[in-house]
Ligand binder design. Sequence first.
Ligand SMILES: Nc1ncnc2c1ncn2[C@@H]1O[C@H](COP(=O)(O)OP(=O)(O)OP(=O)(O)O)[C@@H](O)[C@H]1O
Ligand SMILES: [Mg+2]
Length: 398
Amino acid sequence: MEEVQLADIRRIVRSLPSEISGGQRQRAAIALALAPSPRLLIADEPTSSADAQIQKQLIELMRETAKARGVAVLFISHDVAAVRKIAGRILVMRDGGIVESGDTEAVINRPQHEYTRLLIKSVRQLDRALKRERPAAGIQQPPGNEPRIFELTDVAFAYRKKDVLGNINLAVDWGESLGIVGESGSGKSTLLFLLLRLAKARRGSVSFAGKSLAGMDRNAVRDFRMRVQPVFQDPFLSLDPSQKVAGIIGEPLVSLGLVRNRDEKDARIRRVLCRVGLSEDALPRHPAEFSGGQRQRIALARALVTDPEALIADEAVSALDVITKIEILNLLRELKKTGNFTLIFVSHDLPAVAYIAERIVVLDRGEIIEDAPAYRLLRAPVHPRTRLLVESGFTPDG
Ligand SMILES: Nc1ncnc2c1ncn2[C@@H]1O[C@H](COP(=O)(O)OP(=O)(O)OP(=O)(O)O)[C@@H](O)[C@H]1O
Ligand SMILES: [Mg+2]
């Protein structure tokens, strides 16, 4: 476990998988795979939920272990950057077939197949966002004295005895796109739980539109659930497999009592399907019949069906291949254009955050270490740990 950089091992070995962060779980899984000294390591998306620094360490670890022990590595990933760091040879698959294969650098620099070209183009498109020199267009100015959409004052949070967040002061403006980044275990998901009122701050206050989340009565909570919606990382786990798409998307309307009859419900479901670019034949089908990107559209439709004013997304595109990722990110950008829509976007995927966020907040061991306009933070990070984070971002040309 030391080899896979799991700090705090004594606590982690005694924890349930649900009590450690996504990235910590992934490293524990890699430790398990390496334990019996295998000849071949087959790794299926092993680094996809790790932040850039951990990803770099894991890849180095796998590469070094492979060399030292003569282990072959079969590395399966939608992350071209990660593949590039570990593989000498690359196979590009699509629809169950191999469309291109060859030396990694050759494939990345001179892709032959149309699909590989699109793939590399998408990677570069995201990468360009990292190098943005000006503020993103269309930033909305905070309205006068109105309360902000979210305000956190001196917030602290702990799981049992473990302090996870401290000294959090953060105000989010209406209509803003805020990115939250930070290494695995820094407390990003926990911060979102507080914003979503799924966990309660130990100290300090969290307010929505000027009202404390802690002091809300039932009606206020219902109103809050309608106006603020979450989207989670894994569209394979977050959609109930036994339900049909119509039921999944309609569920918030029913549970919050937002529609009076079936016709009203159907009309709202149809409207939201169109917004996320799905057709009506999706409605009678089950989530299992859809691809990852389509499922994430379904998850988005479910989140948008209540016409929320804010979307809080936790690693919402991390499980997607880069082409689908760009599609979903573009969809989010479109939504932003349709009104005064606030987006809080947590991800360890810096290019994705750069693509979508106007402002970026960096969490480090439970504290905010930097909070700045995205273009500024990406170009000239101030805090040394932000610098590290930005430097480990992928550059296809570098
Ligand atoms: N239910 C829990 N009980 C105890 N500790 C927890 C629990 N959930 C998370 N933690 C711990 O709290 C810290 C922050 O976890 P969190 O999930 O917020 O991190 P994260 O920044 O989202 O990480 P990742 O990028 O890996 O998803 C981690 O050290 C984690 O082990
Ligand atoms: Mg997380």
